[in-house]
Design a protein around this ligand. Structure first.
Ligand SMILES: C[S@@+](CC[C@H](N)C(=O)[O-])C[C@H]1O[C@@H](n2cnc3c(N)ncnc32)[C@H](O)[C@@H]1O
Length: 190
């Protein structure tokens, strides 16, 4: 099932989480006995299946994407992977329009994998959405190796660098960068 979703993702020209990064997502969801999670960037559902596999059997994944077509594929992938439609809440819209409508302090995990220029704003929203002890995960934290190259100053790299710095320095987070896949910035909310 994940192979099908990965193939569809590549056909659409979308990146998706690698198996190494996906297994970290599953582990974090399982370690936190996650019951409520938010995903920003549904894509074709690759990361969603990893998250669903880790979270509690009665948990619900709220997943946001601006592209209805991507979510149409993801909805089918979730069902074919054995997850009933009651396990997912699929919301179509821009992340920064949808996130303010979600409840404060009730989510166990927020996974960010959409527009890199909005990573900082998504991390700030996650601070409001997560319960204490909840986990933020941002995919692409190493900006394909550009993060440590001071000459890389494109807008995506600059935003990712700034988001990693902001989360690392903030009192509210206990952070780590995990070098799996495109790099995962993970942080526990104090
Ligand atoms: C890298 S793909 C997500 C891949 C997915 N997480 C996976 O691993 O299978 C990024 C997705 O974010 C969506 N996206 C881009 N900008 C967005 C925004 N501002 N708000 C919501 N979704 C956005 C794109 O339509 C795309 O489906």
């Amino acid at each position: 099932m994940l192979q099908t979703a990965r193939g569809l993702s590549h056909e659409l020209g979308l990146d998706c989480v690698t198996p190494a990064a996906g297994s970290v997502l599953r582990l974090l969801a399982a370690a936190g006995s996650a019951k409520a999670m938010v995903e920003i960037g549904t894509g074709t559902g690759v990361s969603g299946v990893w998250l669903l596999r880790g979270m509690r059997a009665d948990g619900v994944l709220t997943t946001i994407d601006v592209e209805n077509e991507h979510q149409r594929i993801a909805r089918r992938i979730f069902l074919e992977a054995g997850f009933a439609s009651s396990r997912t809440r699929i919301i179509t819209g821009r992340a920064l329009d949808v996130l303010p409508r979600l409840a404060d302090g009730v989510y166990d995990l927020v996974f960010v994998d959409a527009d890199a220029t909005e990573f900082g704003a998504c991390a700030e929203a996650a601070l409001r959405l997560l319960r204490p002890g909840g986990v933020l995960v941002v995919n692409g934290a190493m900006a394909n190796g550009r993060i440590s190259d001071p000459s890389a100053r494109d807008v995506d790299t600059l935003t990712i660098r700034e988001t990693v710095r902001m989360v690392r320095e903030a009192e509210e987070w206990i952070p780590a960068v995990i070098p799996s896949g495109a790099g995962l910035l993970a942080a526990v909310k104090r």
